[in-house]
Design a protein around this ligand. Structure first.
Ligand code: WT7
Length: 660
């Protein structure tokens, strides 16, 4: 809550510099208001105009928004296009074939560069290889790759042949891969022998082998393996093939699969409030429109920019702002493998200086860890680098606290570059609430105003719009082109989670609390209202971690909550009841470590609890319900001031407290 308090008293305001307003595509508040007004007057026509102007269609659409099967909305449904054609061919055809598409810096600093023409050739070769192995339009392909040009090639190759990719972050376990293969009925996997992170080599292919061996994966007929580390790697004859062998004989041209605008482009699994991750399904046309549009308006991307989004392609940010958005705009982007703190905490600043990055997009967690690192090792502080190439800074994934915001603004941006604090989600496909660099006066800690055309609002539990100044539920009142289309295989869960009947069934429920400033209408995001945690900008379901813990043979019962953390925003805190007597001292530490390794195996290292506390029981009501709000207070080491009269076993509180 400290974030919210400091935002509430925030009164600094940073209007855009005149020069920036002038050069920006959306220039000044009048231009912003005109777009909002256009959307207000003719919503469907507004998006149709943009879809015609910003995308290249094989067959023009005649309908824009189709609400006839709400909440399964459709956009531009009778139009056809190909996403990879829009990201590659059209720039080559426009004479930009020799423009750099991607500058890639590996963990060891080694550089590779690829032009649009070369990228197109490589995408075509892999697309042909996938087709040759029998991958058809609509087939699901799982991608488990390190940050690499190949990662983008793999995603674009799927898009080219109309296959639906499902990228799994390299930090997820075999078990998680298995779950995603089975849920989506995956027919092919694209992976690598391993990846490099912070000077260490981490295998990837064995996790894919283990996942497939868990059973129920008979439909996986192909595993394509990119050689990254050169480490030994078992290859199953008939099923597995090296990437370089698969593409060797393939042509460098490949006729795109022209698909309907609603054809699914990808699935991306994310955590919700149940134990089972949901496969968020995105479309081709609407998704790509928003990817392109937000690149142009939020990042004001222009021909000579060097764009750098530090996210991993395993998250939605890496989908929209690495694999699709920058390419849809014909931009040059930087991409990196590794971590921000290796070889030292100056890596980001060094890369910005070396590659003359002009638009930089990262997460508050990274900023906070680099603030700390710069205090410990002053030589890694941004002031030691020439960062004058920067024009615009972006923040994503979690609330940015005003202190981190000010440091980012002054130390990285030289008090010259606006920070676009972009609020959005896996489900929204792209930015929803964000400043525009040539329009919006900035307030540290606020994501400010909706992207033109997005109808965001704050309502109460019955769906009634609240006046500014009152906290409530963040909703979107109208469907937008890049919205989630369904949860793969579970349309009912889609309808229930995002369009709940309590709110009337036609408001998109984001799952965050929010408040609008009484004077400016600026939005402040107040964090998740469900059992979803945000740890270092990664979304984690408490239920997912709980069920993983409960499946350990030592564990009788577990409850997981979040607590504030200086660097990662939130940290995972688990309360565990063992089948054996409550451990203490060295034994407790030993079992806690066993449980952490267990979570690493079950979900992945990102889900490891920071704190594990053991009790004889958990605080429960007389009807047996775990009182999570008490656990949240305990996790923060707060005094319990709440009403505990409904608690069946009040003595347990002292025990869980003492265990801190
Ligand atoms: C959740 C979505 C956005 C892509 C990466 C995360 C939180 C995201 C902000 C922001 C405050 C933010 C919300 C949201 N969130 N951006 N600028 N300010 N909170 O995508 O994993 O789907 O997580 O991240 O809680 O619901 P995601």
């Amino acid at each position: 809550m400290s974030v919210i308090n400091s935002v509430l008293i925030e009164n600094r305001i940073f209007p855009p510099a005149e020069a920036l307003v002038e050069r920006s595509t959306i220039s000044g508040r009048v231009a912003y208001d005109a777009l909002c007004q256009e959307a207000e007057t003719d919503y469907s026509g507004y998006w149709a105009r943009l879809a015609r102007e910003h995308l290249t269609w094989k067959k023009e659409f005649t309908t824009s928004l189709d609400e006839s099967r709400a909440p399964f909305y459709q956009w531009f449904a009778d139009g056809t296009l190909n996403v990879s054609y829009n990201c590659l061919d059209r720039h080559v055809e426009a004479g930009l074939g020799d423009k750099l598409a991607i500058i890639f810096e590996a963990d060891d600093g080694q550089l590779s560069r690829i032009t649009y023409q070369q990228l197109l050739a490589r995408v075509c070769q892999l697309a042909n290889a996938l087709r040759a192995r029998g991958v058809k339009p609509g087939d699901r392909v799982l991608i488990y790759l390190p940050m690499s040009i190949e990662g983008v090639v793999a995603m674009q190759a799927c898009a080219r042949i109309g296959a639906i990719h499902s990228v799994v972050f390299g930090g997820f376990s075999a078990k998680s891969i298995h779950e995603r293969i089975v849920d989506a009925g995956t027919v092919a996997v694209i992976t690598a022998d391993g990846q490099c992170r912070g000077g260490k080599r981490i295998p990837l292919k064995p996790a894919v082998d283990d996942a497939i061996a868990m059973g129920g994966c008979e439909m996986v007929h192909s595993v394509i393996v990119f050689q990254r580390t050169g480490d030994d790697c078992s290859m199953q004859a008939g099923r597995d093939v090296w990437w370089h062998d698969a593409v060797r004989e393939q042509a460098q041209t490949c006729e795109p699969e022209w698909v309907g605008a609603e054809h699914p482009l990808f699935l991306l699994y994310t955590s919700g409030s149940t134990g089972k991750p949901k496969g968020v399904q995105h479309s081709s046309g609407g998704y790509l429109l928003h990817a392109a549009l937000t690149m142009k308006w939020t990042f004001d991307i222009q021909a000579d920019d060097v764009f750098w989004c530090t996210a991993d392609i395993g998250w939605v940010t890496g989908h929209t702002y690495i694999a699709y958005g920058p390419l849809a705009c014909g931009a040059t982007q930087l991409m990196f493998e590794g971590v921000p703190t290796y070889p030292n905490a100056g890596r980001f600043w060094h890369m910005i200086q070396n590659h003359k990055v002009s638009v930089f997009y990262t997460a508050p967690t990274a900023i906070r860890s680099l603030i700390k690192a710069g205090e410990i090792s002053p030589e890694t502080h941004p002031k030691n680098y020439d960062l004058t190439s920067l024009r615009i800074l972006g923040s994503v994934g979690e609330p940015i606290n005003p202190d981190a915001w000010m440091w980012y603004y002054e130390q990285v941006g030289g008090s010259r570059c606006p920070i676009v604090d972009t609020f959005w989600q896996t489900e929204t496909g792209g930015h929803m609430i964000t400043p525009l660099p040539g329009v919006t006066p900035l307030v540290p800690g606020s994501c400010t105003l909706p992207f033109p055309g997005i109808q965001a609002s704050v309502v109460d539990e019955t769906g009634l719009e609240l006046e500014w100044g009152k906290g409530g539920l963040l909703v979107v009142k109208k469907p937008w082109p890049s919205m989630i289309r369904t949860i793969y295989g579970d349309p009912q869960r889609y309808a229930n989670s995002y369009f709940p009947a309590d709110l009337g069934g036609n408001l998109y429920l984001a799952g965050d609390g929010a408040m609008r400033d009484p004077n400016t209408g600026y939005f402040t995001i107040m964090g998740r209202i469900d059992d979803v945690l945000n740890v270092a900008g990664h979304r984690m379901g408490t239920m997912e971690i709980e069920s993983a813990l409960a499946s350990n043979p030592l564990v009788a019962e577990a409850a997981v909550v979040g607590r504030p953390d200086d660097v990662t925003g939130e940290a995972i805190c688990a309360f565990v009841v063992l089948k054996q007597a409550r451990p203490s001292g060295a034994e407790a530490a030993e079992i806690a470590n066993q449980l952490r390794s267990w979570i690493t195996k079950e979900i992945g290292p990102i889900a490891k609890p920071k704190d594990i506390r053991f009790g004889d029981n958990l605080p429960k009501t007389r009807s047996g319900k775990i009182m999570r709000r008490l656990l949240r207070s305990l996790a923060k080491n707060e005094d319990i001031t709440q009403d505990v009269s409904t608690l069946e076993n009040p003595g347990i509180l002292d025990q869980l407290k003492q265990n801190a």
